[in-house]
Design a binder for this molecule. Structure first.
Ligand code: NAP
Ligand code: G4F
Length: 392
């Protein structure tokens, strides 16, 4: 009998029948292995929530982190375990979107089935101060990752699905209200221009090489883990200090721009859903509502019975050379095809953030936001063995 050479799941004594059954055995083996995902930007707001979601789904999660002189893993510390322990499913690798050879090496080693490209210099105002670096990390970084993916997939023959973290900033000086997948882009910052480049590269790789690559066009999404210099978190953090009596004034820029603000946890679910579909596609993820910064201030300060006008002052340093005045999304496509919808309203989001920032500095918050978080955490605990930090 000629021994079977064609499949590692068979040994030399396998019969021809077993050889025919080998593909089935192999796919059964693959099905019982945890899926492997690789996340760039795992230490960011979205990276941390996405890691939680994937671990809850049973994935093995690999994240790329940058070497820094101080620890930058605060948002994922509650998920991290010593890799020497048995059963660990979260692994971190040093790398950078500006370093293509390292990206290739990591892909080669991890061989993920899904990649979520969330890494970015994501601050719009800062992108005017550091345009070259922003475009390198956000734009060219995406291209480096897509190339590494293409090469790895070609070499291994194993499909790698790709998610690109696109932004509503790409709509910029909006050509249509509300904005949907077909609305033309008009980017207004180095960051947004780089995201447009990354968006079209993702489509180009999908169409040229048949990659399963999706663009999420996500509108602003916030949480207690939002970076401290984005306007929502800057407000809720300052408000907590004002209540504590340790801060008197909050300096802000343009209060008239409008944003479609959602809850980050809802948005990472949409990323995952995109990669579970039969076909790759691009989706707007938004709440379909819009509010000014003033309205955010009204709800946040009103929640603790304060009038923001007594505390907020204008500082022109927070203005941008070009502003995006109005963002409001139309996420009908995602709601219809992905069965995705936001679970948290604008008012609820503000309260969640105010409560968390008050609690973080030892105050007792009004509690409506915390009640929402606990309700959600209880649901998650019912179907998961992964520890999730409910206070965050
Ligand atoms: P974030 O909190 O600013 O996190 C950005 C992540 O990217 C961090 O982990 C950061 O690492 C990492 N990073 C920065 N430069 C990098 C580089 N050169 N190489 C590798 N990693 C790098 O952003 P986020 O709010 O979670 O957003 C996630 C993604 O979605 C970003 O691409 C953002 O542009 C996009 N997006 C966000 C929103 C939103 O409203 N949040 C909306 C639309 C699109 P460090 O921790 O070391 O800095
Ligand atoms: O909170 P922001 O800095 O967010 P922005 O510029 O909308 O960008 C965020 O959302 C994008 C999605 O649309 C992401 F792609 C991007 O990565 C980032 O996550 O500013 C929101 C608005 C702006 O109009 C800004 O001019 O708030 C205004 N603003 C007023 N005072 C301020 C301030 N923004 C900041 N960061 N700081 C202020 O003091």
């Amino acid at each position: 009998m000629t021994p079977c050479q064609c499949n590692p799941f068979l040994d030399a004594r396998s019969t021809p029948e077993a050889c025919l059954a080998a593909p089935l055995l192999q796919s059964l083996f693959t099905m019982t292995q945890p899926k492997r995902a690789l996340i760039t930007g795992i230490t960011g707001q979205d990276g941390s929530y996405l890691s939680e979601l994937l671990l809850q789904q049973g994935y093995e999660v690999h994240g790329i982190i940058r070497r820094t002189s101080t620890f930058n893993t605060d948002r994922i510390d509650h998920l991290y375990e010593d890799p020497h322990n048995e059963g660990v499913r979260l692994f971190l690798h040093y790398g950078d979107l500006c370093d293509g050879s390292t990206l290739r090496r990591i892909l080669d080693k991890v061989q993920p089935q899904e990649i979520y490209n969330l890494g970015a210099q994501s601050h719009v105002r800062v992108s005017f101060d550091e345009p070259e670096y922003t475009v390198d990390a956000v734009g060219v970084g995406t291209l480096r990752l897509l190339e590494a993916l293409r090469e790895t997939q070609q070499r291994t023959g194993q499909e790698i699905r790709y998610y690109q973290a696109g932004s509503s900033e790409m709509f910029g000086k909006v050509m249509e209200v509300p904005q949907k997948e077909t609305t033309p882009f008009y980017p207004r910052s180095p960051y947004a221009c780089a995201k447009v480049f990354a968006h079209w590269q993702t489509i180009n790789y999908r169409e040229s090489y048949g990659l399963f690559a999706c663009n999420g066009i996500l509108f602003n999404h916030e949480s207690p883990r939002r970076g401290e210099t984005f306007v929502t978190r800057k407000i809720t953090r300052a408000l907590a200090r004002i209540v504590a009596g340790t801060q008197k004034t909050l300096y802000l820029g343009n209060l008239d721009s409008k944003r479609d603000w959602g809850y980050a946890k809802d948005y990472v679910r949409a990323m995952w859903l995109m990669l579970q579909q039969d076909e790759p596609d691009d989706y707007v993820i938004a709440t379909n509502t819009t509010y000014t910064i003033r309205q955010f201030l009204d709800v946040a300060f009103g929640y603790v019975n304060l009038d923001w006008q007594n505390y907020v002052e204008f500082d022109p340093r927070y203005l941008r050379p070009a502003e995006v005045d109005l963002l409001i999304g139309d996420s009908t496509k995602a709601q219809t095809r992905l069965n995705w919808k936001p679970s948290v309203t604008f008012e609820e989001l503000v309260k969640i953030m105010v409560d968390a920032d008050m609690r973080a500095i030892g105050l007792t918050p009004p509690g409506e936001g915390e009640a929402l978080m606990h309700r959600e955490a209880a649901t998650v605990r019912q179907d998961s063995s992964v520890t999730v930090d409910v206070a965050n």
